[in-house]
Design a protein around this ligand. Structure first.
Ligand SMILES: CC(C)(COP(=O)(O)OP(=O)(O)OC[C@H]1O[C@@H](n2cnc3c(N)ncnc32)[C@H](O)[C@@H]1O)[C@@H](O)C(=O)NCCC(=O)NCCS
Ligand SMILES: Nc1ncnc2c1ncn2[C@@H]1O[C@H](COP(=O)(O)OP(=O)(O)OP(=O)(O)O)[C@@H](O)[C@H]1O
Length: 206
């Protein structure tokens, strides 16, 4: 199959819904994973391409001793202040988009899975770049509990982040495929396996 015609899946879901867990299962089946969060972390690591613009916009205090983005400080700032969030996004999103397009051209795999937390929030921009939109979904209370046990973030902070994101209903309305992550990881793995078979059959029709 020609790489240029590879099937492109957009995988999205709210914070802690299980995007990374689902992407790991797709990866085990041979899909190429391109994760916006991973790229955002690379761009804001020491010497990362976004650091000069972030320091210019937010001041030297947002850089930690290692030269990376102080993520906790930035989190406090942007989820309390929509203007600051828009400024951060205006710097990072174009860089994330460019890096994702480049990675897509280089990464081997049967089909591409773009993992994009804010895909439905930016549907006009993303929809033309994907063939199918897959939503990982679980009840908000489970999102909260799973994020808390992973990171120890305060309930108020997780709720503030969720309040800036699309609702589950908005995501489901835009979805072609849905992964229900309200069960255990084996339940998620079985659904990914079934979707993978469908995506392979679509990919081979291309
Ligand atoms: C604010 C930052 C520094 C907090 O870092 P932190 O390590 O706590 O979180 P991390 O980057 O691992 O993101 C975890 C989750 O937070 C949520 N989240 C991140 N950015 C945003 C945002 N701009 N709006 C709403 N939710 C967001 C997503 O569910 C994401 O999966 C960081 O999230 C960031 O740089 N965000 C801006 C880039 C962005 O919009 N990324 C997500 C979509 S491309
Ligand atoms: N079905 C499940 N059962 C138990 N734990 C799970 C399940 N799915 C995911 N988790 C755990 O919940 C946490 C959140 O999952 P994951 O990191 O995959 O979500 P995410 O959508 O990528 O999160 P974020 O938006 O914060 O990047 C992780 O610690 C993960 O191991």
């Amino acid at each position: 199959m020609m790489n240029a015609a590879r099937l492109r899946i957009g995988l999205t879901g709210g914070i802690g819904s299980g995007k990374s867990a689902a992407a790991d299962f797709f990866s085990l089946h041979g899909a190429a994973i391109i994760d916006a969060d991973v790229i955002a972390h690379e761009l804001t690591a020491p010497g990362g391409a976004a650091m000069p613009a972030l320091v210019q916009a937010f001041g030297a205090d947002i850089r930690n001793d290692l030269g990376a983005l102080d993520r906790a400080a930035m989190r406090q700032r942007v989820f309390a202040d929509p203007e600051a969030r828009r400024l951060l996004e205006s710097i990072l999103h174009p860089l994330i988009g460019a890096a994702m397009r480049q990675a897509a051209a280089e990464r081997p795999g049967d089909y591409l899975v773009f993992v994009v937390p804010l895909l439905v929030e930016h549907l006009d921009r993303w929809r033309p770049q994907i063939d199918r939109l897959c939503v990982v979904d679980c009840p908000p209370a489970l999102q909260l509990a799973r994020v808390q046990s992973r990171s120890g973030l305060a309930t108020e902070m997780i709720e503030a982040i969720m309040a800036t994101q699309a609702t589950s209903a908005q995501r489901l309305a835009a979805a072609d495929d849905v992964l229900d992550n309200s069960g255990d990881l084996a339940h998620l793995a079985r659904q990914v396996e079934a979707l993978h078979a469908r995506y392979l059959s679509f990919a081979h029709k291309n």
